[in-house]
Design a protein. Structure first.
Length: 256
């Protein structure tokens, strides 16, 4: 998988874009329930970004490795680990190369934050899922968090809510939107606005392409990769999955 410049561009601001205190408090109880169900201790956070999930789990006693295709994101993750004094490991590695670079025997693989839709073809998805299976021990857990694209596709939705952030007199505003393409893929755009005090706003825009994957795309591909016993939820609280209305498509599966 080729590097995605959007995430190197965003790496310095990503921890401003996400309210990690709120997000981790909301998501970690569900994640830890899934890890406990398979007795997981050794965890791989694939597409880990700036490493916040990996670091939170490491602080809770898990043996965690984070991997991401973006060198900028991994550099930020290592800085975050050093600042917190947390012994998590981080590697620059994308989907399809995890087993080669990191080996196997993981009890669980996490793929959070709508990362799988960066794979644009069924062939790329199959390669990534086979890679997940290769790094997992038999019976190991895969936990995927995607946006539920069923209503998004049905309504051709473009806009997501803006995300503001302030530090002293410095202010940021992050705006995300889709441009729909003829082949059913989308251009995912992130506009970052910055200013200091009452000064002028400065802006930058980065973009990448996504495949709005549906449950009908993912579930057969998981089974084909040897990741069975799949279950779906509608959010990271474990609410029932309703294709027409759930905000997320959360999937757990296990290596056969």
């Amino acid at each position: 998988m080729a590097p995605i410049p959007l995430y190197d561009d965003l790496s310095q601001d990503y921890d401003r874009f996400v309210n990690w205190g709120n997000r981790l408090a909301y998501e970690l109880p569900f994640i830890e329930r899934q890890l406990a169900a398979v007795g997981a201790k050794r965890v791989l956070d694939a597409a880990c970004g700036t490493g916040q999930h990996a670091l939170a789990l490491a602080q809770r006693g898990y043996d965690v490795t984070g991997a991401d295709l973006s060198e900028g994101m991994i550099a930020q993750a290592r800085q975050n680990a050093a600042r917190l004094g947390v012994p998590a490991r981080f590697a620059v590695a994308g989907f399809g190369e995890l087993a080669t670079q990191l080996g196997g025997g993981f009890d669980a693989v996490l793929c959070l934050g709508n990362s799988l839709p960066h794979l644009l073809t069924p062939e790329d998805l199959a390669l990534a899922l086979a890679d997940f299976a290769a790094v997992l021990r038999p019976g190991g857990l895969l936990l995927v968090q995607n946006r539920n694209f069923t209503p998004v596709v049905a309504r051709r939705e473009r806009w997501m809510g803006p995300e503001p952030h302030r530090e002293g007199d410095h202010e940021w505003l992050f705006i995300r939107f889709y441009d729909w393409e003829p082949d059913g893929r989308v251009a995912f755009n992130v506009m970052t606005l910055r200013r200091q005090g009452d000064g002028p706003w400065r802006q930058s825009v980065s973009a990448t392409r996504l495949w709005p994957q549906l449950d009908a795309d993912l579930l057969p591909a998981l089974a084909e990769a040897g990741l069975g016993d799949a279950a779906c939820w509608g959010d990271m609280q474990g609410s029932p999955y309703v294709a027409e209305s759930s905000g997320n498509l959360i999937i757990t599966a296990h290596r056969s």
